[in-house]
Design a protein around this ligand. Structure first.
Ligand code: C2E
Ligand code: MG
Ligand code: MG
Ligand code: MG
Length: 284
């Protein structure tokens, strides 16, 4: 479950601190040093849309630490958030994503932390950067449910303001936290991503298929796409299609990889040919 996963990350973090003999403060200094040293790299993972036969990507950051190897964002993002270094990381990811959009000419999604979303000053600097880019229409922000649900009016204003710049919005990890369909329906979002925890046991669970079918139907009525996160097998995808799903992200279609690798696969049509293995018919 997500809780186990979180707990596991905390354990990893503690171990990391112990091994390096580092205090939080030192780890934060480390992040700051890593940023200056260009150790943070943006990877890209495909998001596939069967109905449109479209492939977009999500930007996922990794820390290539000179001694500790590759560090997962689940470990350093919470620390970067505490120290506001998250905004620097968001800037790196946005720059890399605008560059990816320039090359791939397709949608690129960026995870926006609540800390960044709450900071009006930082948001306007992001918006300026996006407004100055000719690839602004390719950018989507993924927000967690928590942002969507707390401070609803403020969130609504911010989303509407960014939409004027051509930015799309997606709700990430739906179902993992404070899910509220009544709020989601009232926000002008383009997409909702159903958390991997609902997908993992889709072929054995009695309840999860009903939930997914319902959310997908709501999305169709309310006008947003529903993406199933973390699909790993053909069986899962077949089942999800039978429930009305038409958009997916997961290792089955591709893992997060560096831009050059992703561009190569995209240009060879590797993602599209995987997508075309499945026939999707618009359901009544
Ligand atoms: P997320 O936004 O929900 O991203 C999806 C995570 O699931 C990614 O982990 C991805 O590698 C993983 N994943 C995708 N498909 C599969 C699959 O089929 N099987 C399995 N087992 N995993 C799959 P990753 O890259 O480790 O990122 C973890 C989280 O860290 C992200 O979850 C996101 O919340 C956060 N994160 C990553 N990059 C950024 C960033 O640039 N900014 C912010 N604020 N957060 C980020
Ligand atoms: Mg995400
Ligand atoms: Mg997600
Ligand atoms: Mg997730």
């Amino acid at each position: 479950s997500m809780k186990d996963f979180f707990e596991e990350s905390i354990q990893k973090l503690k171990k990391l601190k112990k091994n390096g003999g580092m205090e939080d403060l030192v780890l934060k200094d480390e992040i700051s040093r890593g940023i200056k040293n260009l150790e943070f790299k943006t990877f890209f993972q495909p998001k596939v849309y069967l109905e449109e036969e479209k492939v977009g990507f999500e930007a996922l950051v990794r820390w290539f630490h000179p001694e500790k190897g590759v560090i997962s964002p689940n470990i350093f993002i919470p620390l970067a958030e505490e120290s506001y270094l998250i905004n620097k990381i968001t800037e790196i990811v946005l720059n890399d994503s605008l560059n990816a959009a320039e090359i791939l000419k397709t949608d690129i999604s960026i995870n926006l932390s609540a800390i960044s979303f709450e900071n009006n000053y930082f948001l306007s600097s992001l918006q300026k950067k996006i407004d100055d880019s000719r690839n602004k229409n390719y950018i989507t922000f993924e927000l967690t449910e928590r942002i969507a649900v707390t401070n609803f009016e403020d969130t609504l204003d911010k989303i509407n303001n960014f939409k004027k710049s051509g930015v799309s919005f997606s709700i990430d990890d739906f179902g993992s936290g404070y899910s509220s369909l009544s709020y989601i329906e009232k926000l002008p979002i383009n997409e909702l991503k159903i958390d991997k925890s609902f997908i993992d046991n889709i072929n054995t669970s009695l309840v999860n298929p009903i939930i997914i079918e319902l959310i997908t139907k709501i999305g169709r009525v309310a006008g947003f796409k529903t993406v199933c996160e973390g699909v790993e097998t053909e069986e899962q995808i077949e089942k999800l299609i039978s429930l009305g799903s038409d958009s997916f992200q997961g290792y089955y279609f591709g893992k997060p990889e560096p831009l050059l690798r992703v561009v190569e696969k995209y240009e060879k049509g590797e993602y599209h040919s995987k997508l075309r293995q499945f026939s999707y018919k618009n359901q009544p």
